[in-house]
Ligand binder design. Structure first.
Ligand SMILES: NC(=O)c1ccc[n+]([C@@H]2O[C@H](COP(=O)([O-])OP(=O)(O)OC[C@H]3O[C@@H](n4cnc5c(N)ncnc54)[C@H](O)[C@@H]3O)[C@@H](O)[C@H]2O)c1
Ligand SMILES: O=C(O)C[C@H](O)C(=O)O
Length: 346
């Protein structure tokens, strides 16, 4: 056996021993907390980088990656990364239930993306079934899991999932999220650029929904202050609301935002995990079942806790322009929600 004194005399061994010690600490931490996260649609443009980012979170002990295709190779690839998270692959609808079993969080980037000229609502006929299938499978395999849907049209997909969960007697409004964090990330980035500050320092709630005018960044609550003339403000509002379309056009038929979405979704999942770990003051905007406006589902800042939403912090204080924009967006949102409820009835 090497004594500590001997180890200290050999620099490489000192490094290895420190590395082993630090790994042991993090592995112990993981095993004692052991959280499984499932990614449904993991082989896609968002699913792959999202899985890569989640593989780096030591709080996740098992990452189940499921898709209709290609998961074996992706899992083999990810599993060579030297982090403690175990990766398991599941292929096809028939393996969805196994992928979800015992999952604490189910993230869903499954479904078709837009092509130039399409609205998000045009994706309903292709992607509505993803919400139905995943909600049904979750209600049986892991009814206590937090669900984070990325799939578009998000304004409609969340009501569909909620209706299905209600039919299965498994609906917990505190655990079902539509991921709108990319809207916040974009607002931070564009405002950071305009103000000449680090985007990470920009704090701004983005409320409403996730399509066109339903995306409402609350400039009046921005920190640091975003005080500009009305022309600049309108330009910034349009840039944030149309940012998805900007990417769809730039990709010219090869999909929509994937890398920025993976970043935003990983941040969101990491926040859920921090809150599950009893960290206080974890606040994220997301699109959820809600009574803070006239719309049955609405994105607003949420205080997260170990069981999902601890408190909906509601609609922030708005200025006159934002009040007007809210009235308009509510009409659109109510229509998008009705479409989802109708879809789930059929
Ligand atoms: N919420 C947001 O802010 C946001 C941002 C970007 C993209 N999106 C949406 O995310 C979705 C995925 O986008 P992408 O670029 O990753 O698309 P993609 O086509 O690259 O990948 C989608 C993946 O989902 C898989 N899939 C389809 N149906 C499935 C099912 N029933 N079960 C399991 N897997 C299934 C496909 O095989 C594919 O691998 C799209 O609907 C897109 O509009 C949302
Ligand atoms: O724009 C899209 O279709 C994808 C996504 O909703 C986005 O905002 O980038």
């Amino acid at each position: 056996m090497l004594s500590n004194k001997m180890i200290k005399q050999i620099p490489q061994l000192t490094y290895i021993s420190r590395w082993a010690q630090s790994k042991c600490n993090s592995w112990n931490h993981c095993f004692s907390r052991g959280i499984k996260v499932a990614v449904v649609g993991a082989a896609g443009g968002i699913g792959q980088p999202l899985s890569l980012l989640l593989k780096q979170n030591p709080q996740i002990s098992e990452l189940a990656i499921q898709d209709l295709v290609d998961t074996k190779g992706i899992a083999a690839d990810l599993s060579h990364i030297s982090t403690s998270t175990t990766v398991k692959s599941f292929t096809g609808k028939e393996e969805l239930a196994c992928a979800l079993e015992n999952a604490a969080i189910v993230v869903v980037p499954a479904g078709l993306p837009r092509k130039p000229g399409m609205n998000r609502s045009d994706l309903l006929s292709a992607n509505g079934s993803v919400a139905v299938d995943v909600a049904k499978a979750v209600s049986k395999a892991c009814p206590a899991a937090m669900m984070a849907f990325i799939t578009n049209p998000l304004n409609t997909v969340i009501p569909i999932a909620a209706e299905v969960l209600k039919q299965e007697d498994a609906f917990d409004p505190n655990r079902l999220f539509g991921v709108t964090s990319l809207d916040v990330v974009r607002a931070q980035t564009f405002i950071g650029e305009a103000l000449g500050v680090n985007p990470q320092e920009v704090k701004i709630p983005v409320i409403g929904g996730h399509a066109g005018i339903t995306i409402l960044p609350v400039f009046s609550q921005c920190q640091p202050e975003y005080k500009v003339n009305s022309e600049q403000r309108t330009k910034m509002l349009t840039r944030i609301q149309e940012a998805g379309t900007e990417v769809v056009k730039a990709k010219a038929g090869k999909g929509s935002a994937t890398l920025s979405m993976a970043y935003a979704a990983a941040n969101f999942v990491n926040s859920i995990l921090r809150a599950m770990n009893n960290e206080e003051n974890v606040i994220e905007c997301a699109y959820v079942a809600s009574d803070v406006s006239e719309a049955e589902y609405f994105a607003s800042p949420l205080l997260l806790g170990p069981k999902g939403i601890k408190e909906n912090l509601g609609v922030p204080e708005l200025d006159g322009c934002e009040e007007d924009a809210l009235k308009l967006l509510i009409k659109q949102l109510i229509k998008d929600i009705e479409d989802g409820i109708k879809y789930a009835e059929c």
